[in-house]
Design a binder for this molecule. Structure first.
Ligand code: NAD
Length: 353
């Protein structure tokens, strides 16, 4: 078999993984020479952030509580200005993708970033930033926003509620599956993406059943890390593009939107994927990946109707027209009519066709 020409760029992030790993955070900052950091914490991570305040001691110079989804530009500018004012040399985030995202927006101004993720979003492994101004979500790649170190501590995910576990887990599966066919896919990224998808599809429902089981929480977090790596090295395509437009324009919940749309994008592409469709199905643990993902999401209690998540019916035509105007590369060619029917099915919550 000949191998087509490819380019692969790995992520140079240091990953520190383990139960209790957060207790080594101060050593990680010392290793990077960071002595005046700003701590950004999700509301849900307040207690853990309080503990980090003690742990970081005089390395901590400023603390920001309360982050918002989709990184509002105004909030990012305010936190960046505060970081400059207090003479910070780095940023530590603790929380989900929203906390990491705010940290990345600040890191765009040259601050070193260290991330302590508490969901399966995977943003901590990518050099991708996003900012939302008004109803428009803008994203870009910049090596400055890639965390220097990521500290994964599965104990921090024990309290992740079942529906957040489910939605965030499927957000990570979306990173893995789209990484199988997005333009940067290669023989080096494929195995990581497939293994990530398989790990997540097994561990995420198991974590819902046994939220305090360190083994399943660890496996799910490893899957999330693999998903972030796959996303970072391969890039994204139609699925992420639709989710970004929907999320930015209608303020839809990020992970839940990914979960509701994913079976439809996979179902749309399956006929064009050849043998990869079968490998995806094995990773998902179903006869067909698209219906397996839909059934898994429903079993985990997720809402599969984009209408219920806040998408207005008028968005079907608006978003289809916008994305068809500049369609991302996709295994099966996309046009406006195909996008409309796919979005309508997800809006109504039907299973994938
Ligand atoms: P989130 O950070 O908003 O977290 C979801 C909810 O879970 C919040 O209410 C949060 O407070 C709560 N939560 C987080 N950790 C918890 C814990 N351990 N216990 C209890 N509750 C907890 O959402 P998310 O899905 O993690 O991230 C979504 C954001 O990440 C979006 O803005 C998205 O654009 C971004 N993202 C970016 C990339 C990238 O590469 N740039 C990749 C994936 C996601």
């Amino acid at each position: 078999m000949t191998v087509s020409r490819f380019t692969h760029e790995g992520v140079p992030t240091r990953v520190v993984f383990g139960l209790g790993a957060r207790h080594g955070l101060a050593d990680e900052l010392d290793r990077l020479g960071l002595s005046r950091v700003v701590l950004i914490a999700s509301g849900s991570s307040r207690a853990e952030a309080d503990a980090l305040v003690t742990l970081l001691d005089d390395r901590l110079t400023w603390r920001v509580d309360g982050v918002r989804q989709h990184v509002p530009t105004q909030l990012a500018e305010k936190v960046t200005a505060d970081a400059v004012l207090v003479g910070a040399d780095g940023v530590v985030t603790i929380g989900g993708g929203s906390a990491t995202g705010l940290g990345k927006a600040v890191a765009l101004s040259g601050f070193s970033l260290v991330a302590v993720p508490t969901t399966y979003a995977g943003s901590e492994m990518t050099p991708v930033w996003s900012l939302t101004t008004g109803r428009r979500k803008e994203t870009g790649r910049d090596p400055r926003v890639l965390p220097k170190t990521v500290v994964y501590d599965p104990e921090l995910t024990f309290g992740l509620p079942p529906l957040v576990t489910a939605a965030s887990g499927l957000n990570a599966v979306a990173h893995c599956l789209e990484a199988l066919w997005a333009p940067g896919a290669s023989p080096l990224s494929g195995p990581v993406a497939l293994d990530g998808a398989r790990t997540l599809c097994e561990a995420v429902p198991a974590a819902i059943a046994e939220p305090l089981d360190p083994k399943v929480r660890s496996r799910a977090l490893v899957g999330a890390c693999q998903a972030g790596m796959a996303l970072a090295t391969v890039g994204t395509g139609l699925h992420h593009r639709l989710c970004h437009v929907l999320g930015g324009r209608y303020d839809l919940p990020h992970a839940e939107t990914h979960a509701a749309l994913l079976p439809h994008i996979v179902g749309f592409n399956e006929p064009a994927l050849g043998g990869l469709a079968a490998r995806m199905a094995i990773a998902v643990g179903a006869g067909r990946a698209s219906s397996g993902l839909y059934d898994l999401a429903v079993r985990m209690g997720l809402c599969m109707e984009l209408s219920e998540l806040g998408m207005p019916e008028s968005a079907i035509d608006e978003v289809a027209a916008e994305v068809a105007g500049e369609p991302p590369p996709n295994p099966r060619p996309v046009d406006e009519a195909a996008l409309k029917s796919l979005l309508r099915a997800a809006w109504e919550g039907e299973g994938p066709g």
